[in-house]
Design a protein around this ligand. Sequence first.
Ligand code: TYD
Length: 202
Amino acid sequence: MADRKKGLHISFEGIDGSGKTTVSTNLYLKLREKGYPCFYTVEPTFMRVGALIRLHASRIRNAPQYYLALLFAADRVEHYERIIRKRLEKGYFVISDRYVHSSIAYQGGLLNDPEWVRIINNRVPPPDLAIYLDIDPENALRRKKVSGPFEDASLLKKIRRVYMELVENGELVMVNAEKPLEEVLGEVTKIVESRLNLDLSS
Ligand code: TYD
């Protein structure tokens, strides 16, 4: 296990039902098994603003997206300052289930203004690696048992379009999340190994 002075931040992105939580948890466990200090975290958080967002989750779709974008950005600043930064300084791997690209894709896509969302999120640094799990919205909705605030296929298509732009400009690394889980997990491991120069083979 290499000794690291500064940790690495890996975020997982995708529309609801893409399997982010399963895949990100698997990577976290793999890194831990290898002896790396690591920390798993999610957005929205359970801190002050994140809890507020979660409390109103059922009504979130009807709230103005400008307002939501600002709430998510405020939650993220608190998340970064109080949690992520400290872990990275201690040399941890931080695995985030959603981070800044969720806002750019969701609020940016729904507002048709990803650049504004990017600007209000410029107080937090980008992750070292952002992995995007791609799935067709119709398939994602079929997969998902519990419906989320953005369970409408036409909304999810707008969100996916922004994610695709972020793949094209190199900010996200895409994985086809419609493949069998074992293949998705294998591909994610390979990406992490090659991009971050690690060996996670058992
Ligand atoms: P979450 O509870 O992570 O749902 P899931 O596990 O299904 O991904 O996220 C709740 C919802 O919040 C999800 O639909 C995506 C949305 N969201 C945004 O719209 N913008 C954001 O910046 C973040 C972090 C989440």
